[in-house]
Design a protein around this ligand. Structure first.
Ligand SMILES: [Zn+2]
Length: 385
């Protein structure tokens, strides 16, 4: 099942080869997965001589992951099948400033979806644009939600006997999982992912598994003290790296007031700069400073974690492109000599804005394809045999 999530187009013959199965054992395994409503199979288009083979699809009555996205400006609801194929069910702006009201709306939509899908939804994963710990969201600074919120309440409209397990992840962490499983850092033994929005989030990935810390709160790299210690951060600390890289840094360097939405502000400013619009000198200087702070901080993380490669997402690629020399100079200058001989490549992420939902799908699929979860699923399938 894991192989099919990362390579959904693989043929039965290739899959058997990859897993070291004889064709008889592969047939037996596929038959069992079909009887368990996990897998479906159809003839592969012929690509030349040789015996015909088949390709796979998730079973039309198979298990699903329900994904809630809590972003800076709105929420969405998606379903993922066992192959990580996403369907958007809802996508709405926040219509209320109070977090309790927003979470009640989302909980109602979750309850409605689970009611319609019966027992097929086997895991609920929340991707949140803020620091998380267990099922708690620490803050959604873009919405000025600064209190700890228990996202367990998103399951309250589901009858208790139908409640699927709940996983809560930070969006940058989940985007890193997507890059490591099927994106730009696929196959790396150690990769680092960094996402720039309002602040910088990220994660270290070991063979595609996120090193999330004891409570899922690991990877808050934006709160390393890489910036001026005189700057106060919303997290309660001082001199956080966030403040030297994101839209707040660009505004400070340009002499603008602090933007209400730093992500949107940075996006507009850097897009204008790329198009040659606006006050170019001031913006270029601001971009040089922020890109240098970004590159220098990444060097520090390379020194700490020794990744094979670094993937950057969110506004990261745009920021680097707006001042590539400043980024590169600071990156190289910050590396220890042992890393400078062959600096780890910093590459743009490939999944873009889909990354967090895709990473959420992959972690949900890990959960529902665990041996215990599959046993529970098999008990629900009437003709499992
Ligand atoms: Zn901070």
């Amino acid at each position: 099942m894991r192989l099919l999530t990362t390579e959904p187009d693989i043929t039965r013959r290739e899959a058997a080869e990859r897993l070291g199965l004889s064709s008889g054992a592969a047939t037996d395994l596929v038959d069992r997965l079909k009887r368990l409503d996990l897998l479906d199979e159809s003839k592969a288009e012929s690509t030349g001589p040789g015996r015909p083979t088949s390709v796979f699809a998730p079973h039309p009555a198979g298990p699903l992951v329900l994904i809630v996205g809590l972003q800076a400006s709105g929420w969405d609801l998606r379903l993922s099948d066992l192959f990580g194929r996403l369907t958007v069910l809802a996508s709405e702006p926040y219509r209320d400033d109070r977090p309790e009201a927003v979470l009640a709306t989302v909980a109602a939509a979750v309850g409605h979806t689970v009611e319609g899908a019966g027992t097929r939804i086997r895991c609920l994963v929340v991707s949140a644009a803020g620091p998380v710990s267990g099922t708690f969201l620490g803050q959604l600074s873009a919405r000025h939600w600064l209190d700890l919120l228990d996202l367990e309440q998103l399951t309250h409209a589901i009858p208790s006997e139908q409640r699927p397990p709940l996983l809560v992840g930070n969006d940058a962490t989940l985007a890193g999982v997507a890059e490591a499983r099927t994106g730009a850092s696929r196959g790396s033994s150690v990769a680092l992912h960094l996402m720039v929005a309002t602040g910088i989030g990220g994660v270290v990935l070991l063979d595609g598994e996120p090193a999330q810390g004891a409570h899922g709160a690991g990877g808050e790299f934006g709160h390393l003290p890489f910036a001026d210690p005189a700057l106060q951060c919303t997290c309660g600390s001082h001199g956080c790296w966030d403040l030297a890289v994101d839209g707040r840094a660009l505004a400070r360097h340009r002499g603008d007031p602090e933007p209400a939405d730093p992500t949107d502000y940075a996006q507009r400013l850097l897009t204008d700069l790329a198009a040659g619009r606006g006050d170019l000198t001031r913006t270029q200087n601001a971009a040089e400073s922020a890109a240098a702070a970004f590159g220098g901080g990444i060097a520090g993380l390379v020194n700490a974690h020794d990744p094979e490669m670094i993937t950057i997402g969110g506004l990261g690629p745009l920021l680097r492109r707006s001042a590539p020399m400043a980024f590169d100079r600071a990156y190289r200058a910050g590396l220890m000599a042992i890393h400078r001989r062959q600096p780890a490549a910093v590459v743009d992420s490939v999944h873009g804005t889909n990354g967090p939902a895709l990473g959420a799908a992959y972690l949900g699929i890990d959960q529902i394809s665990s041996p215990t979860a599959l046993e529970r699923w098999a008990d629900l399938v009437p003709d499992a045999g």
